[in-house]
Design a binder for this molecule. Structure first.
Ligand code: P6P
Length: 352
């Protein structure tokens, strides 16, 4: 019972609900596996703190902003912040005995942490800084992560087991949004929960539990500059939202912020295939699959326009997929345009 001069119990309890504690509460267990997952999430939180600190001072420090002059495996110009963030995720897992392998947007092949590999049975898949083009103009960026169990012994060091699993094999997924505050949103399969970094504590503190996406929302989030490159079905969807009241366009060019807006306010984010990138731009293992896991846990939907995103099995480490993700009613509307165009094409073929 709190007395008049003590801190109200609920305030103290909330400030003590750190990420590692929350994971154990979620699992209702103190088993070795539960402790491992709790420790992994704690390391991810440490990575988020290190990256948030660097971002907050980027404009004041030499050699933080701008490009390295390198081109990564995606064919994209590498930013200094990409390299730093990538290294951070590797460093926080060294000497942890937890994560043996890391697969990142920034690395052509999986990275192995030798001291962890005999015992570490977890693989981290991550996009260290997503939307890094926003870093130099002080707009929000994010990190995206997923945790999977290693299947088999990976004796040839190619992590080929990652190419035999669909997204339903993810045991945890989430993102860190570096915005006005640093927000960590995650799920281990028991709902979606948000933590906010309290810089005065240096801890991520529970802010919201069991987030549920609205069944429908007003937002459609896409780069309409690609309209000329889209299939007719996506053009017809775009024409529909242009001609009906109740829709509004929001697009930041940084996936994590755009997805967080959809999660909280409802609507749909779409990055379809284009003439230049028929498979889409976003990467399955460390972008679209983690986000699909998360949004489905929040009552949302995610697909490549036809197939549930979590059913997709990659054929290569950096495979890309089209993405339609968000409120179930809004994802269904986009998919209905794609289905209608497929039906018309099949009917036309039958008539030939
Ligand atoms: P475009 C950033 O490069 C990114 O990978 C995502 O963060 C973002 O959603 C997308 O690409 C933006 O791509 O072609 O609209 O600039």
């Amino acid at each position: 019972m709190a007395t008049s001069f003590s801190i109200p119990e609920h305030t103290l309890d909330r400030d003590c609900t750190t990420l590692s504690r929350h994971v154990l509460q979620q699992l209702h267990s103190f088993s070795a596996d539960a402790q491992d997952l709790s420790a992994i999430m704690n390391r991810i939180a440490l990575a988020g703190k290190l990256i948030a600190r660097r971002l907050s001072r980027a404009g004041l420090m030499a050699d933080v902003l701008g490009f390295t002059g390198e081109i990564n495996v995606q064919g994209e110009s590498v930013k200094k912040m990409d390299v730093y963030a990538n290294e951070v995720f590797i460093s926080v897992f060294k000497q942890s005995g937890l994560v043996c392998r890391l697969a990142s947007e920034e690395m052509e092949n999986p990275y192995y942490i030798p001291e962890n590999c005999p015992i570490g049975r977890y693989t981290l898949l991550y996009d260290p800084i997503d939307g890094s083009s926003n870093v130099d103009i002080n707009l929000n960026v994010g990190s995206i992560f997923a945790i999977r169990q290693q299947q088999g012994d990976d004796l040839d060091g190619t992590a080929s087991d990652l190419l035999q699993q669909n997204g339903r094999q993810q045991i945890a997924a989430g993102y860190i949004l570096y915005g006005p505050s640093t927000l960590l949103v995650y799920s281990i399969g028991s709902g979606v929960h948000a933590f906010i970094l309290d810089p005065s504590l240096g801890e991520f503190i529970l802010a919201q539990e069991n987030i549920q996406i609205p069944a429908h929302g007003p937002i459609y989030s896409t780069n309409e500059g690609n309209f000329w490159q889209w299939d007719e079905a996506l053009r017809d969807y775009t024409r529909y939202v242009h001609r009906h009241e109740g829709y509004t366009s929001r697009y930041s060019g940084a996936l994590v912020g755009d997805i967080h807006r959809i999660l909280m306010q409802g609507g749909v984010f779409l990055y379809p295939g284009t003439v230049k990138n028929p498979e889409g731009k976003l990467r399955l293992l460390y972008e679209t699959a983690p986000l699909a896991f998360l949004l489905e846990q929040a009552g949302g939907k995610a697909s490549d326009g036809q197939t549930p995103l979590l059913d997709l099995v990659p054929s290569k480490l950096h495979q890309r997929t089209p993405l339609v993700i968000g409120s179930p009613e809004d994802v269904a509307l986009v998919e209905s345009f794609i289905q209608e165009h497929r039906r018309r094409a099949e009917t036309k073929t039958e008539k030939v």
